[in-house]
Design a protein around this ligand. Structure first.
Ligand code: GDP
Length: 376
């Protein structure tokens, strides 16, 4: 996801720090290179400017020029400037209410319905009891899609006949969730290709009726900088409390997260990294900065391992099976089925390339392996 951006930033850093001490001219040249890396990764210009200012300020304050250990300090400065631009300490969802209501917003095709299911899946793994609500009063196909996804992840879903006003859909869904003892209501609102007056009015009605503490705007990372215009459009009517960046797996150059997180003024809470219901990650600015700079992301890897162990891929008696397999392996009697089981566990962690890059230093090694394969 951050391959191109990460490798060019690291190359700039290596050139900048190769000589041990950094002169004022070196710093100037280094900053110009970092600027080029950011622009070629398609990072929005105002975000590039903000990031460079942060780096230059910190380099000045920490007296990088002429000092010793400049390389490590420069890496630290870049890391903290990236973390801050991506949103600082990150943000948790406010789910204290019973039931807590989350309104999902977004234009059609952004990935809103898929994300609703991903969020429900994640929250149910975290021990919550979510309900999904189809709140597009005109498009039966949207409700059908949500129903299919809800059935696959075994989460209850609420829908009303076509033409029901959205305010009624919302209030009835919340009442139903209360009756069923469910604690989170995730409302999939209508998506239109453009933000027209009718849609805005509908969102206003839905918001007034359901009073959701969380209003999460789903933005397609592939739309790059135009995502910022969409965010502005939703601001006046729904005041989003957080962003979810979908399709980050398709952002080959790696600038989308930085542009949107740094430019929207709304914190990113999750990112979508694939089409499956488990392809949703919490957005931790510091961990993303680690990944960009190839400092690894063991925290996220550990979470994936935990999720894979307790997920449906494992099944109820997985622990017993794993223990028996471990005992056989220790005796030197590992069976083909055991091996297959282990491989299945590995594959439920996600694409192996994504997993490897979370190990510190492995992003760079993956690049070298690629280069060797291409015969360079
Ligand atoms: P909606 O119109 O906003 O509800 O969008 P959908 O949920 O129907 O998603 C549109 C398309 O994007 C579907 O084909 C999804 O499978 C796909 N999609 C959604 N999120 C992701 C993601 O994080 N990664 C990838 N690769 N595809 C996604």
């Amino acid at each position: 996801m951050f391959d191109a951006l990460g490798s060019s930033l690291r190359a700039s850093l290596r050139r900048l720090t190769g000589s041990g001490r950094i002169s004022a001219a070196d710093l100037e040249a280094g900053l110009a290179e970092i600027r080029t890396s950011l622009i070629s990764a398609d990072v929005a210009m105002p975000v590039v400017a903000k990031l460079l200012d942060r780096i230059a300020d910190r380099a000045r304050v920490s007296e990088i020029v002429g000092g010793l250990g400049a390389g490590e300090r420069m890496l630290g400065i870049l890391h903290s400037a990236l973390t801050e631009t991506l949103g600082g300490s990150g943000r948790e969802l406010d789910l204290r209410e019973r039931p807590a209501t989350i309104l999902l917003l977004g234009v059609q095709g952004a990935g809103k319905t898929t994300t609703a299911a991903k969020l429900a899946y994640r929250l149910s793994k975290d021990g919550r009891r979510p309900m999904l609500v189809a709140a597009d009063p005109r498009r039966p196909a949207a409700a059908e899609q949500l129903a299919t996804l809800a059935a696959a992840i075994k989460v209850p879903m609420h829908r009303e006949p076509i033409g029901t006003p959205v305010a009624d859909i919302g209030t009835r869904a919340i009442a139903a969730a209360r009756r069923l003892g469910l604690d989170v209501v995730i409302i999939d609102s209508s998506g239109r290709t453009t933000l027209d007056g009718e849609l805005l009015e509908e969102l206003r009605d839905l918001r007034n009726a359901t009073k959701p503490r969380e209003r999460l705007l789903v933005l397609d990372a592939a739309t790059g900088q135009s995502a910022l215009t969409i965010a502005e459009g939703f601001q006046s009517v729904a005041e989003p409390t957080g962003l979810i960046l979908s399709k980050l797996d398709g952002d080959a150059r790696g600038g989308a997260a930085l542009s949107i997180a740094g430019g929207a003024g709304i914190p990113v809470v999750y990112v979508g990294t694939g089409e499956r219901s488990d392809a949703l990650e919490r957005f931790h600015p510091e961990r993303i900065a680690n990944r960009i700079l190839d400092m690894g992301d063991l925290a996220t890897l550990a979470e994936r391992v935990r999720d894979a162990e307790i997920g449906p891929a494992a099944g109820p008696d997985a622990e017993v099976r794993a223990k028996a397999a471990e005992a056989r392996a220790l005796r030197g009697g590992m069976t083909f089925d055991d091996l297959l089981g282990q491989l299945r566990q590995m594959s439920s962690l996600g694409p192996i390339g994504q997993v490897v890059k979370m190990i510190p230093g492995m992003g760079g090694m993956a690049e070298q392996a690629d280069a060797t394969r291409r015969g360079r």
